[in-house]
Design a protein around this ligand. Structure first.
Ligand code: NAP
Ligand code: HSE
Length: 435
């Protein structure tokens, strides 16, 4: 029986899970594959760090060069995270003729153009199933299950930490700060949660889904990215009154003019929609294709074993491709060449909006606000004034608009913000129909 040697760079949360599966499931994997997968070398930063799973000491090293560039290790698995030295090591592995598996969405979202080009140039594979939505096989679904389709839209909950926080705020009325502190205590959120709560992690994943669906690699600066830090308990109770649930939603779609509409922000979703029911650290992706219709995938978006499941799936596939007589590989993004699509400016999107004003409770306030909205062609569908005592120096007035243009709305809010009856900045949450 032949053996595929694998070199692992990183033995933290995900790397430990990968080492565990490869070593503990060796026999069953060999039976499924007809060949062995062997953990040949594992690189860490500190040999003495405490570990969830410890492979035999003889294969541990702190020198990545014992993996990258080694001809007897055809598969390099990058699970160290971060941009450098991960970028340099991945490029060197591809240049040396090694295939690469990674879970590093930040690396691919930021340096994907260079890395995918290097893989194409050297004829080597770069696989990244674990980089988006953990255990959910969404990369393979888009690349190999749905190539017959013109993808019309993708929407998803792509970050487990924020979904856990939003679930606690929805169900138990927690403030953002309390829900975050609790997520950190229970190990869901990292000590520095910025990437998750500001939306950058989910935005990196959205870039990769967009690349697979449309063959284009947008940069984060090309689209609207907004996290969950400014959401307040009032937003969740109002959402419930209007029949909505708040989620951090990633959207990538083709607009009627053939432009890409990409955005990542908190959104109110109809409470009855499948996506609204995705709770805790779970992730979900909904794909709409012209031929397949709607496909909904859901599962664990993070964590040691779910993420390792996706990484080992990629290792297995790469190892299969290395066997004599294997079929030629599918290009990394499922597209032979990158495409060029225009991105629709955020100003031009049209949605319904939830608005929360904090105002002095006196006659004429509602008509002043609605007058400004009307002047900018924004039609109000529902209004509720919260009767309970003053908050933030005023009372809360929440509105749901009919569909309106984002530019008109932002212009109107800039005007209402100047009214002296407002006692706090106005909050806006976009409403997604998700039909
Ligand atoms: P982690 O727990 O912080 O582990 C990182 C590992 O890389 C550690 O073993 C560390 O060594 C090693 N390392 C870091 N810098 C190194 C260097 N310069 N040289 C050698 N080794 C180095 O990270 P993780 O959570 O497993 O995440 C790994 C990757 O998977 C990231 O790209 C992340 O975005 C992605 N990912 C993670 C999850 C998840 O649930 N955690 C889910 C999906 C994707 P020491 O152990 O010696 O410190
Ligand atoms: N921090 C990420 C999350 C890990 O919470 O979803 C998985 O990429």
């Amino acid at each position: 029986m032949t053996t595929t040697n694998v070199g692992l760079i990183g033995l933290g949360t995900v790397g430990s899970g990968v080492a565990k599966i490869i070593m503990e499931e060796a026999e069953i994997l060999a039976q499924k594959l007809g060949h062995d997968i062997k953990l040949a070398k594992v690189c860490v930063r500190d040999l003495n760090s405490p570990r969830n799973f410890s492979p035999p000491a003889g294969i541990l090293t702190t020198n990545p060069e014992e993996i990258v560039g080694q001809p007897d290790i055809p598969v390099v698995v990058e699970l160290m995270g971060g941009l450098e030295p991960a970028r340099t090591l991945v490029l060197k592995a591809l240049t040396s003729g090694q295939h690469v598996v990674t879970a590093n969405k930040a690396l691919l979202a930021v340096h994907g153009r260079e890395i995918f080009a290097k893989a194409a140039e050297t004829g080597r594979e770069i696989k990244f199933e674990a980089a988006v939505a953990g255990a959910i096989p969404v990369i393979r679904t888009l690349k190999e299950g749905l190539p017959a389709n013109r993808i019309q839209s993708i929407s998803g909950i792509l970050n487990g930490t924020t979904n856990h926080i939003l679930t606690r705020m929805t169900r138990d009325g927690l403030t953002f700060q309390d829900a975050l502190a609790e997520a950190q205590e229970s190990g869901y959120a990292e000590a520095d949660p910025t990437n998750d709560v500001e939306g950058f992690d989910a935005a990196h994943k959205l870039v990769l889904l967009t690349a697979l669906a449309y063959g284009v690699l947008p940069q984060l600066a090309d689209f609207h990215v907004e996290g969950i830090t400014r959401l307040e308990p009032d937003d969740f109770s109002s959402a419930a009154e209007f029949g909505f649930v708040i989620k951090l939603l990633a959207t990538s779609a083709l607009d009627p003019g053939g432009r890409l509409e990409i955005r990542l922000h908190p959104a109110m979703l109809p409470a009855k929609h499948l996506m609204a029911g995705v709770s805790g650290v779970m992730n979900a992706v909904m794909i709409r294709g012209h031929a397949c219709g709607d496909i909904f995938l859901s599962g664990a978006g993070a964590g040691m074993m779910p993420t390792a499941s996706a990484v080992v799936g990629d290792i297995i596939e790469t190892s299969r491709d290395l066997q004599p007589g294997a079929a030629p590989q599918v290009p990394a993004l499922g597209w032979k060449h990158l495409q060029s699509w225009a991105v629709r400016p955020q100003d031009e999107i049209r949605l319904r909006y939830f608005l929360r004003f904090t105002v002095v409770d006196k006659p004429g306030v509602l008509s002043a606000i609605s007058g400004i909205l009307g002047k900018h062609s924004i039609s109000i569908a529902q209004v509720i004034q919260k009767g309970s005592g003053p908050k933030r120096g005023g009372v809360t007035l929440v509105m749901l608009t009919h569909e309106a243009g984002e530019k008109n709305l932002q212009t109107a809010l800039a005007e209402t913000d100047k009214l002296d009856v407002l006692t706090a900045p106005t909050r806006l949450i976009r409403v997604e129909n998700l039909t």
